[in-house]
Write a protein of this length. Structure first.
Length: 169
């Protein structure tokens, strides 16, 4: 990856993170396991090529706050998720995860509809036991399920169905 692209990516993720950190309302979207935010290069094929917030985004004094610096190679699951999504739509370069609740899901469905974006739900109960732990395999299964549930199209937003527990993306 060229130095100019690294600089551009770091600047873009930093500016986005700055907006998040100044938005008290975003705190309501942060799950107990905290929020991860990733950005892939145009040529990313490996998690080491993916920029992320080291230590995720947490809440401090009611405001979202990055726990660490922005670095390449510090994300596991979300890096694999964005790489998997990019296999189906290389234009998508960033992803963020957040809390899952019926209210958030309803809001996101409406928001996606308003924007003309594809929204998808996945059923984590059908995830094979053999892949529930490995980040790369689980991400691959989730993306495939989200695309299948969206009629073969890549969704801009997907979640486990609200009545289920599990990770939100």
């Amino acid at each position: 990856m060229h130095l100019n692209e690294k600089i551009d990516m770091t600047g873009r993720l930093y500016l986005a993170l700055e907006q998040i950190e100044n938005c008290e309302e975003f705190s309501a979207l942060i799950p107990e396991v905290r929020t991860n935010f990733v950005y892939a290069s145009k040529e990313s094929t490996d998690p080491e090529d993916v920029l992320a917030v080291d230590g995720r985004i947490t809440v401090v004094d009611k405001l979202p706050k990055a726990a660490g610096k922005i670095k390449f190679g510090v994300s596991g699951y979300m890096a694999n998720l964005i790489l998997e999504i990019r296999k189906h739509d290389p234009e998508i370069r960033s992803a963020i995860d957040f809390a899952n609740s019926p209210q958030i899901t309803s809001f996101l469905k409406d928001y996606c509809k308003e924007k003309g974006w594809i929204f998808s739900g996945i059923d984590r109960r059908s995830e094979p036991e053999s892949i529930k732990d490995p980040d790369e395999v689980s991400a691959s299964w989730e993306v495939a399920e989200a695309i299948q549930a969206a009629g073969g199209q890549v969704p801009r937003v997907f979640f486990p169905r609200p009545e289920q527990s599990g990770r939100s993306r």
